[in-house]
Design a protein around this ligand. Structure first.
Ligand SMILES: Cc1cc2nc3c(=O)[nH]c(=O)nc-3n(C[C@H](O)[C@H](O)[C@H](O)COP(=O)(O)O)c2cc1C
Length: 340
């Protein structure tokens, strides 16, 4: 039965035509699906529920090596396809060549296209997006359920480590542990709408007496990113980022006009941006500005800011080109119960 679900790419148009004739709505997704895990299975069940049939397009082994490095895939394409094909949710599996799915999507003509995990519509490959638009496909981004990742699984196998509690999905706090400082970025832009969303998240932060004294300067202009990077001795990698968000605070608006409140308010906003960025699949890193006076002066001068407005930090933002494991720096001895 599994073999019957394996549809070679060249016969896909005919298979698609049959589906169309029976009036079925086709859902399509694509990915690597190396070492199938519960996150994949739940994702595929959700995808299947969006239509009447689910086609899963998987990258061939050469493409997986390009995407994930020379030690992958762990299972060859035929085996990955077979694992998928036995799932009830999956109607058909196609193996496609190349890292881009545009040709296979062109052949499949999805009614609904589903992409999993850390994508947003604007982070989809532009070529694939164009094909989907042409096909009139509805696009759905479905976050992966829980923290299951083949890369993490491989790391644990290599290190001989059992899953630490914080890596388990049940706590619901994975989004906090997964936030790490990311300093390497892919060379592709982050949409203005996504950057706006990060600032919306920032302004959801608490502030003393709800004074909301923060201001945000979003920079995507390369020349300006380079100028800011020159001001920040530990932020040279900002030149590689897609954007910077400079988090500032207006001391005249802070509770009691006190610097400490201003800093605490801005810090809460900064952490919101970092967590939101991670949740959207972006990489971000905090670059210290305040209290280094020369950095504050240079940024104030760059934008002719009033002296009461203090740049507190610069956040480098981009699509990540490095992966870091989730963690906490929890120390039992730093936790005091009832007394010092
Ligand atoms: C106030 C502050 C200033 C920081 N400044 C910089 C900086 O200038 N450059 C940098 O690469 N990282 C900077 N960081 C990031 C820290 O180096 C990073 O958070 C720390 O090493 C822990 O790693 P993690 O964020 O991956 O958990 C800063 C973090 C904070 C809170």
């Amino acid at each position: 039965m599994a073999a019957a679900k394996l549809v070679p790419q060249d016969t896909l148009p005919a298979w698609r035509q049959g589906l169309r004739q029976s009036g079925k709505r086709l859902v399509v997704t694509n990915g690597v699906f190396d070492l199938l895990h519960p996150g994949h299975v739940q994702y595929l069940q959700k995808a299947r529920a969006l239509g009447d049939a689910l086609l899963v397009c998987i990258n061939d082994d050469d493409a997986v090596r390009t995407l994930k490095g020379p030690t992958r895939p762990l299972l060859c394409a035929q085996d990955r396809a077979t694992m998928l094909a036995v799932l009830e949710a999956v109607s058909a599996v196609t193996i496609f060549a190349g890292v881009k799915a545009s040709a296979v999507l062109q052949a499949a003509q999805p009614d609904i296209y589903v992409k999993g995990g850390d994508y947003t519509v604007d982070s989809l490959d532009r070529e694939e997006y164009a094909v989907l638009q042409q096909a009139g496909a509805q696009i759905r981004i479905e976050p992966f359920v829980g923290n299951f990742s083949t890369s993490n699984l491989v790391r644990r196998l290599r290190d001989g480590a059992a899953a630490p509690a914080l890596e388990q999905s049940q706590t619901g706090l994975h989004f906090i542990y997964a936030r790490r400082s990311i300093r390497k970025y892919q060379q592709r832009p982050v949409a203005a709408e996504t950057l706006r969303e990060l600032v919306r998240a920032a302004m959801a932060a608490p502030s003393a007496c709800a004074k909301n004294p923060w201001e945000f300067i979003v920079v995507t202009d390369k020349a300006t990113l380079e100028t800011i990077a020159e001001f920040l001795p530990n932020g040279k990698f900002l030149t590689q980022a897609a954007a910077a968000i400079v988090v500032c605070g207006d001391q005249t608006k802070a509770h009691g006009e006190e610097l400490s409140f201003l800093l605490q308010d801005c810090t809460a906003a900064i952490q919101n941006i970092l967590l939101a960025a991670c949740q959207l699949g972006l990489g971000a890193c905090w670059l210290g500005v305040h209290p280094r006076q020369e950095r504050v002066d240079k940024l104030q001068k760059l934008w002719h800011m009033p002296p009461s407005v203090l740049p507190i930090a610069c956040l480098a933002i981009g699509w990540p080109a490095e992966e870091k494991p989730p963690r906490t720096n929890f120390r039992e001895e730093a936790l005091h119960w009832q007394k010092w």
